[in-house]
Design a protein. Structure first.
Lengths: 410, 313
C-alpha cells in the first residue's frame, strides 16, 4: 500500500511536469513524424510511396519513342512522367521529383532502325554490346539510387527492348509470319473452354512498409530507455528537497519506497509504448504483425528492464549535471550499440553480437520478429522477453542493494 | 527511563570524529534545545536519532527500549521536521498532507481529522488547496512543521525549523512547539537562534566539534549571580591599564574610546567588588567617565565564550 501512495504521488508529479510529458510522450511521436516527413513517407498516399518516379525526356519525338513511354508506364511500381528537356530533368533529379531520368536522344529511332534480329537476340555481341548508349538512350539515377544505377539502366533497357524487339523481329519476313501465327493461336486458345486458366501474377513484395516496421519499434525502444534520465532526476529531486529523508523516517520500508519510485515510470513506459505503436499505425500505416497481442509481453518486459536500469543508474548519479552527461551518454550509447538508429541487419555481425549485451537489442529482436515476419518465431520472442525480464530484475535487485547501502546505513 | 535517552553516541568519517561521546536525555513533555555552531555535529546527531545514519558507538533508547530504526512502529514514535523544506512544491498543501499521512498508514476519516488539526494549528486551513509554489516562506515552513505532527508522534525532532521566516510565522511555530510540550510530547529542538532556544527550551545542550560542552536548564547554564559591566572612558594611560590588573578587561572601541569590561558578583556585597576598585583608580587619575552599561550574561555570550568567535563554515 505504501508503494502505491508513493507511486500515485510520483505519477501526479510526472503529469504536472509538462517537460517530462513532452519528452516522454510527445517527443517520440514528433521525432517519428519528422522522420516520416523527411523521408517523404508521411502525408502521402501509401500507393504513392511505393512508386519509383521516372522522368522521361523524349528528344526523338517519334512513334516508337512514344511506345517506349507507354510501355514504361505500364510497368508496376513506376510512375513515368514526361519532362520537357535535359535541364529540367536535372532539376527533377536534384529536388527528388524524379528518382531516375531516361533520355531518348534525337537519334533513338535511327539507332532502332539500324538494329537487326541478331542484335536483339545476342545483345552481348551485336550493336547493343555498348548497352543503352547504342540506342542513344541515357539513364541517370538520383542520389538515392546511385548505388543501383547500373541495375536501373538494365531495367530501363529491358523495358525499351520489349518495345524495340518485336519491331526489329517483324522486319524479318519469316519471323513476322511466325509472330502473326503465334498471336492467332493464342486468340483461338483464349476463345476455347479448354484453355488453361492463366497463372496469377506473383505478388511483388515491397520493402517500404518493412522499413517502418523496423524504424518505429526502434524509436519506441530508444525512448523507453529515456525514462532512465527521469528516474534518476526523480531520486535527485527527492534527495534535494529532503523528502527522501522524510519518507525514509516514516513507516515505509525500503522495498516499498523503491517500488513506489519505480512503478510510475513502469506505467509511463507502457503508456508511451502504446501511444507510439498507435502513432505508428496512424502516421505510417504500420502493421502490428500477425500476433498483435504478443507485443504486450515485449512492451511489459522492455518497460521492466528500462525502469530497472533507471533505478540502478539513480544510485550512481547524484546531480542533475550527471544526469545530463553520464545518464544521457549511457542511454544514447546503448541505443547506438543495439541498433536503434538503423535496422539491426545493417550492423556487422560482430556489432550484432556485441549488442546482445544491451536490453535494447533483445527488445528490437522481439519486435522485429513480431512485426516483420509472417510466421513469428514465438520461442525467440519468449526468449527475448525472458532476457528482458531477467535484465530488469537483476538491475532492480542490484539497484535496491546499492540504494539500501547508500540511503539506509542505519 | 521514560523519554529519549542518548548515551555515548559517536560517529566518525575517516579520521574526523563528528560526534564524540554525546549523551543527553529528553523527557516526555520536555523541550530540549540542541545548539552549536555550523559543523558542531547537531544534524549528524539528529540523523542518528531518527535512524537515517548508523552510529559507530552508543545507544539510543525510547522509554527504555533500544531504538531500532528498522522497526516501522518505532519509527512512528518520531516526527521529523527537517532543516530543508521537505515538501513537494508542485502539489497542494492538502496533497502533501495526504501523501505524508499515507506514509504512516493514516486513512479515511482519521487521516482527514489529522489533516484538519494540522491545518488548524499551522493556520493554513484557508490555503489547503493552493499549490506550494504560491506559498510564502513562512507558510511553507509551517506546513513543513505540521507534516511531522500528522501521525501523532511521541517525540518531535526539529532541525532549525524557523530558518528564513517572518516573526509572525516564527511566533506561530514556537507556540505550536510549546503546545506539543503541553500535550506530553517530547521535543528535540536544534537552532541557531539563541532567543528562540531561551524562549521555549526547558533544558538545552551546547555542543561543538561533536562534543557536549554544557547542558542543563537555562538558569544552570547562565550564572544569574553575576553581571557584566562596561565602563567607558575617553582614554587610558598605559600605567593605569597595568594597575587595573585582573579587575577589568580593556577593550578599544571603534570610535577610539576605551571600554573596561568587568564581571561583578551580585552576591559578594560584603566585599568591595571590581567595579569599585576600577572607579577609584579612574577617579584618582582624574579620567572622566563617559558611561557605565550593565547587562546580564546571555545565552549568546555564553555560547560565544564556549565555542569561540572564530568563523565556521
Amino acid at each position: 500500500m505504501g508503494a502505491w501512495i508513493i507511486a500515485i504521488k510520483d505519477l501526479r508529479l510526472i503529469v504536472k511536469d509538462r517537460g517530462a510529458a513532452f519528452t516522454l510522450l510527445a517527443l517520440p511521436v514528433v521525432f517519428i513524424a519528422i522522420l516520416g516527413v523527411s523521408t517523404g513517407r508521411l502525408l502521402t498516399t501509401r500507393d504513392e510511396l511505393k512508386l519509383l518516379k521516372i522522368g522521361l525526356v523524349d528528344e526523338d519525338g517519334t512513334e516508337i519513342a512514344e511506345r517506349v513511354f507507354n510501355n514504361l508506364s505500364t510497368i508496376g511500381g513506376m510512375k513515368v512522367e514526361k519532362i520537357s528537356d535535359r535541364d529540367e530533368a536535372k532539376l527533377h533529379l536534384q529536388d527528388g521529383r524524379s528518382s531516375v531520368v531516361v533520355i531518348l536522344g534525337k537519334d533513338f529511332h535511327n539507332r532502332v532502325e539500324d538494329l537487326d534480329l541478331g542484335d536483339v537476340l545476342d545483345a552481348e555481341h551485336g550493336k547493343l554490346m555498348q548497352g543503352a548508349s547504342a540506342l542513344d538512350l541515357e539513364v541517370e539515377s538520383g542520389a538515392a539510387y546511385v548505388s543501383v544505377a547500373e541495375m536501373m539502366q538494365y531495367v530501363v533497357l529491358s523495358a525499351v527492348l520489349r518495345v524495340v524487339g518485336p519491331e526489329v523481329a517483324r522486319r524479318n519476313g519469316i519471323m513476322s509470319r511466325i509472330i502473326d501465327r503465334m498471336i492467332e493461336r493464342r486468340k483461338e486458345e483464349a476463345a476455347s473452354d479448354t484453355a488453361p486458366a492463366p497463372l496469377p501474377r506473383a505478388p511483388v513484395k515491397s520493402g517500404s512498409a518493412i522499413i517502418y516496421q523496423t524504424l518505429v519499434p526502434a524509436f519506441i525502444v530508444m525512448f523507453a530507455f529515456f525514462l532512465v534520465n527521469y528516474m534518476a532526476s526523480s531520486f535527485i529531486s527527492e534527495r534535494g528537497l529532503g523528502t527522501l529523508r522524510r519518507i525514509q523516517a516514516s513507516r515505509i520500508s525500503p522495498v516499498q519506497l523503491l517500488l513506489g519510485k519505480t512503478l510510475p515510470f513502469f506505467f509511463v513506459s507502457i503508456a508511451q509504448s502504446f501511444l507510439l505503436f498507435l502513432s505508428g499505425k496512424v502516421l505510417f500505416a504500420m502493421s502490428w504483425g500477425t500476433d498483435p497481442w504478443m507485443l504486450l509481453p515485449v512492451i511489459l518486459t522492455t518497460s521492466m528492464s528500462a525502469t530497472g536500469l533507471g533505478l540502478l543508474l539513480a544510485t550512481f548519479i547524484h546531480t542533475e549535471s550527471q544526469v545530463a552527461s553520464y545518464s544521457t551518454f549511457v542511454v544514447v550509447v546503448l541505443a547506438g550499440i543495439s541498433g536503434c538508429y538503423m535496422p539491426r541487419d545493417w550492423l556487422p555481425m560482430f556489432m550484432q553480437n556485441v549488442s546482445l549485451a544491451t536490453p535494447h537489442a533483445w527488445a528490437l529482436i522481439a519486435y522485429q520478429e513480431l512485426l516483420t515476419r509472417d510466421h513469428p518465431n514465438m520461442f525467440l520472442v519468449g526468449k527475448c522477453c525472458g532476457v528482458l525480464a531477467l535484465f530488469g530484475s537483476l538491475s532492480f535487485a542490484f539497484g535496491s542493494w546499492r540504494f539500501r547501502k547508500l540511503e539506509y546505513p542505519a | 527511563m521514560n523519554g529519549l535517552e542518548v548515551s555515548h553516541l559517536r560517529k566518525s568519517y575517516g579520521d574526523q570524529t563528528v560526534v564524540d561521546d554525546l549523551s543527553f536525555h529528553v523527557a516526555q513533555g520536555e523541550i530540549f534545545g540542541l545548539i552549536g555552531p555550523n559543523g558542531a555535529g547537531k544534524s549528524t546527531s539528529m540523523k542518528m536519532i531518527v535512524g537515517l545514519l548508523k552510529a559507530d558507538a552508543g545507544t539510543i533508547t525510547f522509554d527504555g527500549q533500544p531504538y531500532n530504526p528498522r522497526n516501522p512502529d518505532m519509527r512512528a514514535y518520531l516526527g521529523l521536521v527537517p532543516q530543508e523544506l521537505a515538501i513537494y512544491p508542485e502539489l497542494t498543501a492538502m496533497q502533501n498532507l495526504r501523501f505524508f499521512g499515507g506514509l504512516y498508514e493514516l486513512r479515511g476519516r482519521r487521516l482527514q481529522k489529522r489533516i484538519d488539526y494540522v491545518l488548524e494549528v499551522t493556520g493554513l486551513a484557508r490555503n489547503a488547496h493552493q499549490t506550494l509554489n504560491t506559498f510564502s516562506g513562512g507558510m511553507s515552513r509551517r506546513l513543513n512543521f505540521g507534516i511531522a505532527l500528522l501521525h501523532e508522534p511521541r517525540f518531535v525532532v526539529l532541525d532549525e525549523p524557523t530558518v528564513g521566516i517572518d516573526p509572525q510565522s516564527r511566533s506561530n511555530l514556537l507556540d505550536c512547539v510549546r503546545a506539543l510540550s503541553k500535550q506530553g510530547i517530547g521535543v528535540l529542538y536544534a537552532s541557531h537562534y539563541m532567543e528562540e532556544v531561551e524562549a521555549i527550551c526547558d533544558r538545552l545542550a551546547i555542543i561543538d566539534h561533536g562534543r557536549l560542552l554544557k547542558q542543563g536548564t537555562l538558569d544552570d547554564l547562565l550564572d544569574r549571580t553575576r553581571i557584566d559591566l562596561s565602563v567607558k572612558v575617553p582614554s587610558l594611560p598605559p600605567d593605569l591599564a597595568a594597575r587595573l590588573g585582573s579587575s577589568a578587561k580593556v577593550q578599544t572601541d571603534p570610535d577610539g574610546s576605551i571600554s573596561l569590561l568587568i564581571q561583578e558578583s551580585l552576591e559578594s556585597k560584603a566585599h568591595p567588588g571590581d567595579l569599585r576598585r576600577v572607579l577609584e583608580l579612574l577617579e584618582s587619575a582624574k579620567i572622566p567617565l563617559l558611561g557605565i552599561r550593565a547587562q546580564e550574561t546571555s545565552l549568546e555570550t555564553l555560547f560565544l565564550s564556549l565555542t569561540g568567535r572564530t568563523l565556521r563554515d
